[in-house]
Design a protein around this ligand. Structure first.
Ligand code: NAG
Ligand code: NAG
Ligand code: NAG
Ligand code: NAG
Ligand code: NAG
Length: 327
């Protein structure tokens, strides 16, 4: 018995050593802090927004519900699912930090919530969209998220990070659907909310309008069969029918800024864009739900919109926890 215990500890520590993310060697984690102190070091409840060690420009907040987190557990079985919520262009973190909506949701469902923060201005004073297109001069926002997940996995070994539940609205919806093309293997289920300018699975157009050069840019290939293994929901407000900026505005913008962000001007409403994107995915064999939220325009803070975005993922997480589906 004694021998067995020694061996299993050696086994655990070798795993841990191999997987310490850069700069996390001295990190407090739920496996090295006594259980009764976890709240005092903020490892349970809302953790302070913290910079990503591999790229300190990027940061994240996380909420780990006290009543659900099994701090002593290193096992894969009873891990908490993780909902990753990607902010829109305004970078509002209110849902996790101010109005308590996401923490309440997390307490109800029994999941942890991660809210990454990709600042504007990384590529210059007018950069609002670098995180949305995933690959810009100095940022790979997809890799930054994967690094964040490594830190979370190390600090909270009781949180499931190999397969995440991913949601995002507007600019967040842009990030989410592009991340799905590149890393479908990391996502169990995803809500794509009202993206304005999107990437179609079009082999004749280059990124970020299409996917012809994904091999060169990301060293991967888009596999729509694998994408179809993710449970997917598109969400848009019934009244999200306005186009952001007139055609004159977009012409002016292009004149003063050149290509501000590799994305083409917006010439369709998000309502139309979402339906069109979903149709192209359907045609490529990718099944998804389409949830049109009645009476709502382009408003991620509308309670009905929030509910639509998170409820689908909440159901997916309960199904996983009930053991009827693997993550
Ligand atoms: C969890 O893993 C850590 C690191 O290997 C170890 O120190 C700790 O004792 C483990 N906890 C349990 C409950 O097995
Ligand atoms: C891509 O180009 C090929 C060859 O020119 C054409 O047959 C095909 O219809 C194009 N596909 C799309 C989605 O435009
Ligand atoms: C695409 O993904 C499917 C399902 O995961 C896999 O069976 C297939 O081999 C993949 N295709 C390529 C070209 O990698
Ligand atoms: C919007 O612009 C794209 C090219 O950027 C074009 O393919 C599409 O047809 C345009 N849509 C409308 C409604 O003009
Ligand atoms: C999972 O199990 C709980 C408790 O038995 C139940 O309330 C919930 O409806 C189940 N969820 C699903 C999606 O089956």
């Amino acid at each position: 018995m004694k021998l067995y215990i020694t061996i299993s500890f050696a086994f655990f520590s070798s795993i841990t050593l191999a997987s310490i993310p850069p700069g996390m060697e001295d990190a407090l984690t739920t496996s090295n802090v006594p259980a009764e102190y976890l709240e005092y070091v903020y490892l349970l409840g809302l953790f302070p927004t913290i910079q990503l060690r591999s790229d300190p420009r990027v940061s994240y907040g996380i909420y780990v519900p006290k009543d659900h987190y099994n701090a002593g557990s290193n096992l894969t079985s009873d891990k908490l699912p993780l909902l990753v919520n990607i902010h829109g262009t305004l970078r509002r973190m209110t849902a996790i930090q101010v109005d308590d909506q996401l923490p309440k949701f997390a307490d109800g469902i029994g999941c942890a919530i991660l809210a990454p923060h990709f600042p504007a201005g990384l590529e210059g004073p007018n950069d609002l969209s670098s995180y949305k297109t995933i690959h810009t001069a100095s940022l790979r926002s997809d890799l930054a998220l994967l690094d964040i997940l490594d830190e979370v996995a190390y600090r909270w070994p009781g949180v499931e990070t190999t397969k995440i539940y991913l949601s995002g609205f507007s600019g967040g919806g842009q990030f989410v659907h592009r991340f799905l093309y590149l890393h479908p293997d990391r996502v169990a289920a995803s809500s794509i909310g009202a993206p304005g300018r999107v990437t179609y699975p079009d082999q004749n157009e280059s990124w970020p309008s299409g996917i012809s050069d994904v091999g060169e840019m990301f060293d991967t290939t888009v596999n729509m069969t694998q994408l179809n293994e993710v449970s997917l929901q598109f969400v848009v407000g019934e009244k999200d029918t306005e186009i952001h900026g007139s055609s004159e505005f977009w012409e002016w913008l292009e004149e003063v800024m050149g290509s501000a962000d590799d994305l083409p001007p917006m010439n369709e409403s998000r309502f139309d864009t979402v339906k069109k994107l979903r149709d192209t995915w359907t045609a490529a064999g990718v099944e998804s739900l389409l949830n049109i939220v009645p009476g709502v325009a382009h408003d991620s803070e509308d309670p009905a919109m929030r509910q639509a975005l998170w409820e689908f993922l909440g159901d997916e997480m309960s199904t996983w926890k009930n053991g009827t589906r693997s993550p």
